[in-house]
Design a protein around this ligand. Structure first.
Ligand SMILES: C[S@@+](CC[C@H](N)C(=O)[O-])C[C@H]1O[C@@H](n2cnc3c(N)ncnc32)[C@H](O)[C@@H]1O
Length: 239
């Protein structure tokens, strides 16, 4: 479901993700990279899209292998970076040896992977004991509700329920001539942390960063994300 959706959105996503200071990535990446351990052995990025996170990891000295299910996005990522290896495969069936990586990175991909639980188990399998899984996901609170307007003091409401089975969510965005149709799965905190616990990970750090107004200019509608977390990040270690 999500795989097909992302393939259909590949060109839109590449344009969206590659426009500097446009997507939320540019405002949240500094908080994420504070969690990422220094380069050691091999680093795997799962759900790399057009490759911006892998390029940022490679620029920090990581020896990166990156995977994604989208043929178009893997092609774009490969063309933009000759230092790293890019491979088309499913996160739920990684074609790598057991205990062959030191770090696994999921940047805004876990909620887009249809079998999230299996992807976490696969990450645990390919990581060495003591290896790290760093992830960023849309915050479960942000996924469960919505702001009533674009104003900085807009009320945030949860109409349905936060608890219960995972839900499919969709949102269409249009800005400055670029269009993106986002879609994926909404999980609770326990949905993510339960999957990590069952796969044998221990949590080392959790972050709910406010939007980083320090590095870039905020769009007026982004002010709201100083009050409610838009993203959840963590560092987990394979026991
Ligand atoms: C929001 S994009 C994030 C891309 C990249 N991590 C970034 O932040 O720029 C989510 C990516 O997950 C990929 N994806 C979805 N399902 C997947 C699966 N089962 N296995 C691997 N990648 C998957 C999509 O093709 C898409 O490129």
């Amino acid at each position: 479901m999500s795989r097909k959706h992302w393939e259909s959105q590949a060109s839109n996503w590449a344009a969206w993700a590659r426009t500097p200071d446009f997507d939320a990535y540019w405002k949240y990446a500094p908080a994420f990279f504070e969690l990422v351990p220094p380069p050691r052995g091999r680093t795997l990025e799962v759900g790399c899209g057009e490759g911006r996170v892998s390029r940022d990891l490679a620029n920090r000295g990581h020896n990166v292998v990156a995977v994604d299910t989208s043929t178009e996005l893997i092609g774009l990522a490969r063309n933009a970076d000759h230092k790293s290896a890019y491979l088309r495969c499913d996160a739920a069936a990684l074609p790598f040896d057991t205990e062959s990586f030191d770090l696994a990175v999921f940047y805004n991909s876990l909620m887009d992977i249809d079998d999230m639980e299996r992807a976490v188990v696969e990450a645990a399998r390919v990581l060495r004991v003591g290896g790290t899984l760093c992830a960023c996901v849309t915050h479960p609170t942000a996924d469960a509700g919505r702001f009533e307007s674009h104003l900085p003091n807009a009320r945030f409401v949860i109409d349905g329920s936060y608890l219960g089975p995972r839900r499919w969510f969709e949102g269409k965005m249009e800005r400055e001539g670029l269009r993106m149709h986002f879609a994926g799965w909404a999980y609770s905190l326990e949905g993510y942390f339960g999957a990590l616990e069952r796969a044998g990970f221990g949590i080392q750090a959790v972050r709910e960063p406010a939007i980083d107004e320090g590095s870039v200019v905020l769009h007026p509608s982004e002010e709201r994300w100083r009050r409610i977390p838009n993203f959840l990040m963590w560092k987990a270690v394979k026991a």
